[in-house]
Ligand binder design. Sequence first.
Ligand code: GLV
Ligand code: MN
Ligand code: MN
Length: 405
Amino acid sequence: MVAESTASPREQAAASFDALYADLHPIGRDPATGGYHRFVYADEELTLREWFTGEARARGLDVHEDRGGNIWAWWGDPADGDAVGTGSHLDSVPQGGPYDGPLGVVSALGAVDLLRSRGVQPRRPLGLVAFADEEGGRFGVACSGSRILTGALSRERALGLTDEDGVSYGEALRRTGRDPESIGRDDEVLGALGTFVELHVEQGRGLIEHDAPLGLYTMIRPHGRYRFDLLGRADHAGATRIQDRDDPMLTQAELVLAARRAAERHGAVATVGRVLVEPNGINAIPSRVRAWLDTRADEEATVRAIVAEVRDAIGVEPFEEMWTARVDLDLDLMERLDGVLGGIPRLPSGAGHDAGIMATAGVPTAMILVRNPTGVSHSPDEHAERDDCVEGVVRLADVLEDLLR
Ligand code: GLV
Ligand code: MN
Ligand code: MN
């Protein structure tokens, strides 16, 4: 929606923001908890894709899906090159919050409304993007859409990934009418981009401490996801003597404690947030436990050291399902944004982002973050105040106006 031109920029941004979020709010929401379930290519995420496409078309933008399954809405012709990209993702973790991802997409659409009402005529093409699968909640590899787009995730590896129900990435594409064979690095889109800016809700407490509504990310911490397959022998929970058991749940317990100790020793973080137990019966000793370790630190060597320490503690070799190198965001672009935004706080990001994948692919990239007063994310408690979100829309429009000159 484009608000009346007599309204102030904040009023216009607020009107766009409210209208866009009102439509988004119910999609994939668990009424019992307020959390969101929006896995890539599942019904909820497909509805969100339709929503984004509809909003973009209503603004006269040219909508196109790239070979990674990411949706781009173009103002201007990307073939002209040196385009500015902005946006974020619409998928969520299980029981995710309302802002992680959608805030950047809503803000991009709201910023276009504002630029239009200011009469801005872009000298560079502008591409609004809704990335597929930033969280990797369904198939395990975060940012699979941007990784496929940039070639960081090969078609062969992507198509072989499976979800918890055994549905492959390829099958999920097929079921939604996409051709699995057509996915892969997309040089047309990648080559068109000269700059990328992602706006995202903060996922920690940095801006609370700075008492500031907006900030800039300087870097994205390196991040690994590892699967441990812990094998034992299924048996009876009542009849099997303790000394006769081969129980992989004991190794699982050691894994969790070893990860915590290693993370504390290194001043880093490690999480075991997903465990699958087979056969998962109260009165059966498990035959297999699969556990996923997510660990991150400032330096890549620290992440590697933590994984090695956990491996040595339990004597089981992990399988690396995902590796994301450290990303230092573009300093020149950061300075340029700072010139527009006026000296806002700079912070590192503990969370991963598609912006990091774009930066690694060589696109000069920056990130704007919006204060989260709970400091909580990947949870229904994630929050952002409307005033801060509106400030984000206005300031993103300011940044885009400067970049599009
Ligand atoms: C995504 O938010 C991640 O950092 O896991
Ligand atoms: Mn996110
Ligand atoms: Mn997230």
